[in-house]
Design a protein around this ligand. Sequence first.
Ligand code: ADP
Length: 238
Amino acid sequence: MAENIYTKRYSERAMDEVRPMIAKVGVVPSADGSAIFETGKTKAIAVVRGPRTLHPQHMQNAQTGILRVNYGMMPFSVEDRIRPGPNRRSEEISKVTEWALSSVVDLSGFPNTVVDVFIQIPQADAGTRVAGINAAAMALAHAGIPMKEMVSAIGVGKIDKSLVVDLDKYEDSLFHDGEGSTDIPVVVTSRTKEIALLQLDGKISIPEFKETIEMAKKSCEKILEVQMNALKEVGKNE
Ligand code: ADP
């Protein structure tokens, strides 16, 4: 078998090390809830509005409120300008984020309403969907939306033969001629430690997959601590 050529990360990070994180809650005073989550150069802002009566009326659910997520990257969030407005990728990320967050949000006390979550990425260096989910979970808690538990999210994966957490854009693009890098966004719930979302882009063996999930769960513990500390600091940003 060929030798592993990615035994040391170019950034000097340990294989299981998350990039430096920053989290703040209450960054948009006019919103019902808001938060910023950063990991390395990746930055996500989430703003929550609602619950409000959902229009058009035929979309209402008399049993529960619904969550609606809108994810978008800002035009200059990457080196090449991105065309503004929705595209297939942003629609997919909005949907999977909505699924992940809906598993912990309890809107049964708000029938016929919608809670809108807007996620914007002003600066992207990979892992934007997971950064967005971390920010959105904090913003929902800040808005006082009932939640069964929190969620934390991390990208884990494989670069050549090494298992790593929190790939940045450079790592995400490595070895596309060989085995390539594998990217697995994972969302973990805070109390029951259930997986609220898991996507897989690339190839990985079953034992390696199990190991990356364990790495994701450990990273999510650290992320949860950062999120909870930010929520405790709330009033200070308002
Ligand atoms: P994620 O941001 O969750 O890792 P992707 O795997 O789809 O999602 O994208 C990986 C990274 O590629 C992004 O974080 C961003 O840095 C970069 N990227 C995504 N879309 C574009 C684009 N249209 N132009 C340039 N870079 C992009």
